[in-house]
Ligand binder design. Structure first.
Ligand code: SF4
Ligand code: SF4
Length: 360
């Protein structure tokens, strides 16, 4: 099973769409013992630990201790990358994937995250590349109203030094809309949906050169459409992916320790075998005509509806637009696979759940 381990709730940034840096006090730190964690995880034969925060690199000695304690576990990291270069080299190389938060060009990234962040992130990704990091480096964007999805994704894909293997994004469409958006509908209509169409078109154009660019949401959606293999909730929350919060409670999703619905166990009392598939998305997802491809997007949004039903539907409109743009081009993709210009294997991503939720 996959576990997001929240190493601290503190963060060394205070980004416009998150406000995580405001978390202070004793409740931000792990209050269970390593022995309690070991006793819980020992009951699971196949563990993947996805290190998460707050900002997990504020706790590098703990990262080292965890890697020493669980030599057979697979590790993933989600980080703002500001302190990443302090992880000892032999330990950083143990990560299968590292998701690095960066939102696009310098003005966009620094505008949301803080001045100087963009340059520092790139410096530290160069540091990873210098040590021939063999894992997957994912540029992980939070997309909000200053974002231009076409410009920002292309910027990150085309960066040569350093390069990212993949680009993934989440829409800033979970927390209260009023604090974050002036005109969400207008942005979707004039900027986001047309940007997606343009990105899909150029993604297909590059395939004719034998290149399947690493645009995360497009790749598994295309795979499902090509193979007919339906998807369950792609982030895995409540199915095979859980969060271990700092107090030892187990939640379905790492972002929601304060929502009672999401707490489904405690490492001191719960057996991992009782967690699998404990929670699923509710309507309207199971009856939705793209459910087999979307999988339900986000369990938290499905349960909490902080944007209300109408807001939920607005976001669904973007998902349907993206799926339709890719669906229309499946015959072209199939022709290129048959002509051995690209391979079906190019669309098998991610190898393991690496924290990319897939559906933005
Ligand atoms: S598009 Fe919306 S309603 Fe349809 S499955 Fe996805 S999240 Fe659910
Ligand atoms: S997509 Fe939603 S449910 Fe899944 S991990 Fe992200 S916030 Fe949680």
């Amino acid at each position: 099973m996959n576990y997001h381990l929240i190493l601290t709730r503190r963060c060394n940034l205070n980004c416009a769409y998150c406000h995580g840096g405001e978390e202070t006090g004793p409740d931000t730190e792990i209050s269970y013992s390593l022995d309690e964690l070991i006793a819980f995880l020992k009951k699971d034969q196949d563990i993947q630990l996805m290190l998460y925060g707050g900002e997990p690199t504020l706790r590098i000695p703990l990262i080292v201790e965890l890697m020493d304690t669980f030599p057979n576990a697979r590790f993933m990291l989600q980080t703002n990358a500001l302190l990443m270069n302090n992880i000892p080299r032999e330990y950083v190389n143990r990560f299968h994937s590292i998701l690095v938060s960066i939102d696009g060009p310098e003005n966009v990234t620094d505008g949301y995250r803080s001045k100087g962040v963009y340059k520092r992130v790139l410096e530290n990704v160069r540091w990873l590349r210098r040590y021939n990091f063999a894992g997957d480096i994912v540029a992980r964007m939070a997309v909000s109203q200053e974002s231009d999805i076409y410009r920002d994704v292309r910027h990150l894909l085309e960066l040569g030094d350093p390069s990212f293997d993949h680009v993934h994004w989440q829409l800033n469409a979970i927390w209260a809309a009023d604090e974050n958006w002036v005109d969400f509908d207008g942005w979707i209509e004039k900027s986001y949906n047309p940007g997606i169409t343009r990105l899909v078109t150029e993604w297909i154009d590059r395939m004719s050169e034998g290149i399947v660019e690493g645009i995360v949401p497009f790749i598994p959606i295309a795979y499902s459409l090509l193979t007919g293999q339906g998807a369950s909730l792609r982030c895995g929350s409540g199915i095979d992916t859980f969060a271990i919060h700092v107090d030892g409670t187990i939640g379905v999703c790492p972002i929601s320790p304060d929502w009672d619905f999401s707490l489904v166990g405690d490492i001191r009392k719960t057996d991992p075998s009782n967690l699998r598939s404990i929670m699923k998305v509710d309507e309207p997802c199971p009856s939705c005509d793209v459910f087999a491809i979307c999988g339900g997007r986000c369990l938290f949004a499905n349960k909490e509806r902080l944007w209300g039903d109408i807001g939920f539907e607005r976001v669904c409109g973007t998902v349907k637009h993206m799926i339709n743009e890719i669906r229309e081009r499946i015959p072209i993709i199939r022709t290129m696979i048959d002509g051995e210009i690209i391979a079906l294997e190019d669309f098998k991503y991610p190898e393991y759940n690496n924290g990319c939720e897939i559906i933005p």
